[in-house]
Design a protein around this ligand. Structure first.
Ligand code: ZN
Length: 213
């Protein structure tokens, strides 16, 4: 009997023999000196949109928060449990990250559920409640009969990124540091079917392909 799935044990073995062995100095110094990532990424839980993989990052480089559909809720100091807000606060106030990237992705199940009238998610469920954060936008996009379903999906995936960026700015710590030029917010969207990364133009809100060298 194993106490961990076999594929995880195999992966761990490969990690120790490969990456950990070749980067052991970095792991040791990170353990000794602590983490100082400059960038926080808010991404979806989706197994196909792992930021460390997409951005080819090593240990200590990215502070990653993943939740369903990469949403940032508005600032709500109401005494409830706010996992996303807690991670955000830690990144901004303790780690003092310089960048926050909200990264959405294609074929997002959370976005699909928000767009679907017959999603198997009742408003009383956790995901239904979570996705209701973008309820008005989802209703507007879902009613756009001129668009195909995949166009609606992509549209809401990108609209929700702009929504999360706006919510980020409702956090006083984010707002103050951004106004001082010590924190920069970004939006990005990753197409899992083609590997394309699209970045949000801060002036227009449009998503564009970045120029790579
Ligand atoms: Zn997703």
């Amino acid at each position: 009997m194993t106490h961990l799935p076999e594929h995880l044990l195999n992966g761990y073995r490969n990690f120790m023999q490969g990456r950990y062995a070749s980067e052991s100095g970095r792991y040791v110094s990170l353990a000794r000196e602590g983490q100082h990532p400059e960038t926080m990424i808010v991404a979806c839980c989706d197994s196909r949109s792992a930021p460390e993989t997409i951005f080819d990052s090593g240990p200590g480089e990215l502070f990653v928060l993943r939740n369903v559909a990469n949403l940032v809720p508005p600032y709500e100091p109401d005494g409830e449990f706010h996992a996303t807000s807690a991670a955000l606060e830690f990144a901004v106030q303790s780690l003092k990250v310089k960048n926050i990237v909200v990264m959405g992705h294609g074929r997002c199940g959370g976005i699909k559920a928000a767009l679907s009238n017959n999603a198997p998610l009742s408003p009383g469920d956790f995901i239904g409640k979570w996705m209701s954060m973008i309820g008005p936008a989802a209703e507007t996009v879902a009613s756009s009969t001129l668009m195909t379903s995949s166009e609606r999906q992509t549209a809401l995936e990108r609209i929700s990124i702009r929504y999360s960026l706006a919510n980020l700015r409702t956090f006083p710590c984010v707002n103050i540091l951004e106004s001082k030029g010590r924190l920069t917010l970004y939006g990005a969207w990753f197409d899992i079917s083609t590997g394309e990364l699209w970045v949000m133009n801060k002036d227009t809100g449009d998503f564009e392909r970045p120029e790579l060298d």
